[in-house]
Design a protein around this ligand. Structure first.
Ligand code: ATP
Ligand code: MG
Ligand code: MG
Ligand code: MG
Length: 459
């Protein structure tokens, strides 16, 4: 089954179960200025769960474009290192707004996986929250999942939208990719490896947490689920890594042809294929590279992709040339991609041209410094110079450091930044653009954006 067919099958199955098909919303959340990007299917329904917005339906299904490249749900560092994390991905989700609850949510998910997609039960593992006897009974007694492939977990199975707001226990379904892949079952020490991959999270929105920390039962318990399309596509296509699915193979091939690399397992090629999706979709949704907020995240992703092309020995402007292949793969499902193609290409091209002017020099400076490096920490002064003079966001330098088993002296970097700030102040030359740069440094970790999604429990 191709990715597009899986997406269609999901929407169709839930439409047949009385769900209204709701289109994906923008990557820029319309209802929440505190959230960096849409990072789950539930984001566009947030106010409905809270009871602040009424909708003409109580069941919905969507295929939502998501970006997790900032804030608590930052998978940027995972890209190229795991088989299952992307900066951009599609989340398939079904939602109940005070309609059905645990029993139906579990039955729908199980039926879709085992009857529609025909996955073998022995490959599926299930977790519930440690306190959730009700969900445990449904799985074990009604669905008949084997106790050997079932476990109760704590933090991983409680989702909350923020410090306050709707929250509840969740139940997750994992797929076992088989003993040839390293990794242990959910809840074991090495469950973060790629053997048992989480495919679907069913959140039972059951409580509202108030400011005093208390949990109060919601008048209308609801359901919010999310399944990564690329992960389930890998399962359906009998491959282990998301990068081996139809869509990514096409993007990798296009990237390989452009930069002259035929090794489809090359990490840098994977990073480039991942990043063209997040960058193109962000631009299609109106984000432009800049020095702050969302635009700065976009800039960082573009520069990382460009650096990886450079690492593969490609010195010409290339990244924008991948938009064509992306439009071919995803333009049918997302017509806005096709419509805004020129805008996307020109923004990517401009950003790359600008960065290309300093990339070579910055890399030469870094290589030279690394040759005489004592120990395994890149000095903060150098990290700062790369940032300040050569346009290397710190996470880009971090990416290079990680490839070589090195770390960054972030305290030294902060000190160099502060010294620069002092000098600028003393000279009375606190220019607008420079203060912007300082501000974005604070925003690098996006502390201000996290108030709605706590503790990495998003679905
Ligand atoms: P993981 O533990 O693998 O990082 P998660 O618990 O962070 O996943 P959820 O927040 O529960 O993921 O999101 C629901 C589903 O979305 C996941 O079960 C997975 O299928 C998919 N998903 C989450 N993050 C990513 C990502 N970065 N790239 C691709 N798919 C993802
Ligand atoms: Mg995660
Ligand atoms: Mg998880
Ligand atoms: Mg999860």
């Amino acid at each position: 089954m191709k990715s597009a067919q899986i997406r269609d099958a999901f929407l169709k199955y839930f439409a047949e179960q009385g769900h209204t098909v709701v289109p994906s919303s923008s990557l820029v959340p319309g209802n929440d200025p505190t959230l960096l990007f849409t990072n789950a299917g539930m984001v566009q329904f947030k106010d409905t769960f809270l009871g602040q917005e009424q909708r003409p339906y109580s069941r919905a299904v969507s295929a939502q474009r998501c970006v997790r490249a900032g804030g608590k749900h930052n998978d940027l560092e995972n890209v190229g290192y795991t088989a299952r994390h992307h900066t951009f991905f599609e989340m398939l989700g079904n939602f109940s707004f005070g309609d059905y609850f645990k029993r139906e949510a579990i039955q729908f998910a199980w039926e879709f996986l085992t009857k529609v997609l025909k996955l073998p039960e022995e490959r599926l593992w299930v977790t519930v929250h440690i306190s959730d006897d009700e969900a445990a009974d449904i799985w074990l007694k009604e669905v008949g999942v084997s106790a050997e492939r079932f476990s109760r977990l704590d933090e991983d199975n409680f989702w909350q939208m923020g410090d306050t707001g709707p929250c509840g226990p969740c139940s997750e379904i994992f797929y076992d990719h088989g003993p040839e892949v390293p990794g242990g079952p959910p809840g074991s020490d090495n469950d973060d490896l790629d053997r048992y991959i989480e495919i679907w999270n069913l959140v039972f929105m059951q409580y509202e947490r108030t400011a005093d920390g208390e949990l109060h039962p919601l008048p209308k318990p609801s359901v919010d689920t999310g399944m990564g399309l690329e992960r389930i596509a890998a399962v359906m296509q009998g491959v282990h890594s998301n990068y081996e699915i139809d869509l990514f193979q096409a993007l990798l091939k296009a990237a390989g042809d452009i930069v002259g690399c035929s090794d489809m397992e090359e990490k840098s090629l994977r990073v480039i294929a991942d990043h063209i999706r997040s960058c193109s979709f962000l631009i299609a949704d109106g984000v432009m590279p800049s020095n702050e907020g969302r635009g700065f995240v976009l800039r960082r992703i573009i520069r990382r992709a460009v650096r990886h092309g450079h690492k593969l020995g490609h010195k010409e402007i290339f990244f924008y040339r991948l938009v064509e292949a992306l439009v071919e793969q995803m333009g049918d499902a997302y017509p806005e991609l096709r419509e805004r193609r020129e805008t996307i290409e020109s923004a990517l091209r401009k950003e790359e041209e600008q960065f290309a002017r300093t990339l070579d020099k910055g890399m030469a400076l870094l290589e030279e410094a690394l040759e005489s490096l004592q120990g395994d920490e890149i000095p903060g002064e150098l990290v700062f110079t790369l940032h300040d003079t050569y346009g290397f966001p710190t996470d880009l330098t971090q990416d290079i450091a990680r490839e070589r088993g090195l770390t960054l002296d972030m305290a030294g970097y902060e000190a160099a930044m502060e010294a620069q700030r002092e000098r600028a102040r003393a000279a009375g030359k606190f220019k607008q653009d420079y203060s912007g740069a300082l501000e974005l440094e604070g925003a690098t970790e996006f502390l201000g954006y996290e108030t709605t999604r706590a503790e990495g429990k998003v679905i």
